[in-house]
Design a protein around this ligand. Sequence first.
Ligand code: IPE
Ligand code: IPE
Ligand code: MG
Length: 239
Amino acid sequence: MQNNIKHLAIIMDGNGRWAQKKGWSRIKGHEKGARIAKEIVKVVKSKGIEYLTLYAFSSENWKRPKQEVEGLFRLLEGFIDAEIQELKDSNIRLHVIGDITKFPEILQQKIKKSIKETSKNTVLHLSIALNYGGRDEIIRAVKTISEKTIDPETINEETFKSFLDTAHIPDPDLLIRTGGEKRISNFLLWQIAYTEIYFVDILWPDFNEAALDNALAWFASRQRRFGMTENQIQEIETR
Ligand code: IPE
Ligand code: IPE
Ligand code: MG
């Protein structure tokens, strides 16, 4: 049986190396990367996938040179200005995961406005991870819980999830990381417990529909067992 994919998450890695290989500044790689992200959003939507989560800026990316961080903010602002109408028209709902309170005020306002203006959209939930770290998200959830008077007996996986940034988003079925590194880099630590993970050497600015199709075909061929035996899964599938 083929696996259904409801939620695709992507670690869009390799922008800097892509640009440096051409002798360009790293920010040129981020510019091309942003264009690819726009294209991939359209492709994912056309395939009927309901949730797409893109890792754009990690809680550790602040450690990069100031110039690169500022360049990334400029790009993000440009992305919002240029794409908000398109998101509205194409029925895409924007979400942000991560802690944007550390972002420049104007950028925060633009992000919040875009989230609000697309909040009635239904076809694709596009979540962008901004100043996102899986550990930071869990710590923020624990802080919120401890500020409330919650009976510890009521805390279980489901109630805990409701305090995460992804409260209303199902766990990813497939996680793709481009750029060749085989690590998670603090992305969706809680949510990927049973996610299939696909690593590919292609640098993000070179990613395209054909590369996505390869990942989706690989995903379709996986047997997801969720802790059960192969026989039990076959039994469920033939029922
Ligand atoms: C991913 O590309 C984008 C961000 C982290 C913002 P990188 O900038 O990490 O590119 P490489 O990995 O250095 O090539
Ligand atoms: C992960 O890539 C973050 C994003 C793609 C936004 P990094 O390039 O920051 O990850 P490391 O530092 O190589 O682990
Ligand atoms: Mg990188």
